[in-house]
Design a protein around this ligand. Structure first.
Ligand SMILES: Nc1ncnc2c1ncn2[C@@H]1O[C@H](COP(=O)(O)OP(=O)(O)OP(=O)(O)O)[C@@H](O)[C@H]1O
Ligand SMILES: [Mg+2]
Length: 367
């Protein structure tokens, strides 16, 4: 799958821009704050309907404007598709594929798969559980409609349940609502827990050889799912924690509290160390890189096609070994890379198919 072109109107600092990408390696370079990341963000939005930064639509629309447009032309299986997105300040976004409006934003999912890699991703193991859940959710939501729908319903329910818990003192009659919400939480929560279980199982097969190569066969990396609650015990535990939840005014049990651990071993028989807590910074960064690289393979397997790889300023963060590994992995995947300067390493290592200079919300092709 490749992105042939991207057209933006009133998106972030772009008034109007059209970019024709190569199916190989594309480089966007320019000084800070010129709009490089904004281009990758636009691609991410047209793939997932959401910003990689979690920005709201009204923040994405150009300052002083009411709406923004993104048009993406894709090619997959020798057919071309046009995805149009219309972002509005206080309304949900409109989306059309080949001029056919789609009803729900989630119907777009799977049309375009991207793997977005930013320097913060290298901290995914060092950071807290919410970052790791976000990683898993972003991936699963791109690949699995049922998961996407269950997660969005589940998250809404948690917010609603917490609101009921907060107001319960003044509205004790609302406690019947909790019974209904608990049932629904279990229904959607179980889907989330089971899907995550399977995801981590598949991830292990993929991440192990990658990590082994990245560390020169020195480390064996395993990932373990740490569900806050097992799916068949969810209902029971939710009931048991009701008193505590009322007291603390929040839902304390459920997959919104999940985590997963990263265990590194030198040989298969030893217990290994949990690198979230005991890993060196380098170990944490390398395992995070393994995790991101696994994402490419996960999409390939699930979709039977290559994702588009978006590398936001990430190469300068890696030593030359890791850079090499990353660049070798890219192979024949369409890649869009941002960087501030065309340093020597960029010129030497890359086969640059297309080079773009980004200046104050304009993009000019240099070859
Ligand atoms: N809604 C918006 N409307 C107009 N401009 C915006 C909006 N949101 C962000 N910007 C501008 O976009 C610019 C940032 O763009 P971007 O993050 O793409 O920069 P960059 O080229 O990636 O820089 P760096 O190299 O520092 O990462 C900022 O100058 C910011 O003011
Ligand atoms: Mg940037």
């Amino acid at each position: 799958m490749i992105i042939k072109s991207l057209e933006l109107a009133d998106f972030r600092n772009y008034e109007n821009v059209k970019i024709d990408f190569s199916s190989g390696t594309n480089i966007l370079y320019g000084d800070n704050a010129q709009g490089k990341t904004n281009i990758l963000e636009a691609i991410f939005v047209s793939a997932t309907t959401k910003s990689h930064k979690g920005s709201k639509d009204k923040e994405i629309i150009r300052f002083g404007k009411e709406e923004a447009h993104i048009r993406t032309i894709l090619e997959k299986d020798n057919a071309e598709y046009r995805v149009d997105m219309h972002l509005r300040k206080n309304k949900s976004k409109g989306i059309a594929i080949d001029s056919q409006k789609i009803k729900r934003a989630s119907d777009l999912i799977g049309m375009l798969n991207v793997v977005f890699f930013s320097p913060e991703d290298l901290s995914i193991i060092k950071n807290g559980p919410s970052e790791r859940r976000r990683f898993m959710d972003m991936e699963l939501c791109q690949l699995d409609q049922i998961y996407l729908n269950s997660l969005s319903k589940y998250n809404k329910l948690v917010v609603e349940r917490n609101r009921v818990l907060k107001d319960l003192f003044e509205h004790p009659e609302n406690s019947v609502l909790l019974d209904v919400q608990d049932k629904q939480l279990c229904e959607y929560g179980s889907v989330i827990i089971k899907t995550r279980e399977k995801f981590i199982k598949d991830l292990n097969e993929i991440i192990r050889p990658i990590h082994s190569k990245l560390t020169g066969e020195k480390e064996i990396l395993s990932v373990y799912y740490e569900p806050n609650v097992e799916s068949d015990e969810f209902e029971k535990k939710l009931t048991a924690s009701r008193k505590k939840d009322i007291y603390s005014k929040q839902t304390t049990v459920g997959p919104h509290k999940d985590d997963f651990s990263f265990i590194v071993r030198k040989n298969p028989d030893e217990e290994g160390i949990d690198i979230r807590k005991y890993g060196s910074q380098g170990q944490q960064r390398t395992a995070s890189l393994s995790l991101k690289l696994s994402e490419i393979e996960i999409v390939k397997r699930a979709k039977k096609e290559n994702p588009v790889l978006l590398l936001d300023d990430v190469l300068s963060e890696l030593d030359s070994n890791r850079q090499n590994y990353l660049l070798n992995t890219i192979g024949n995947i369409q890649t869009i890379i941002t960087c501030t300067g065309l340093d020597e390493f960029v010129n030497n290592r890359f086969e640059i198919d297309k080079l773009f200079k980004v200046t104050e919300g304009t993009v000019s092709s240099e070859n």
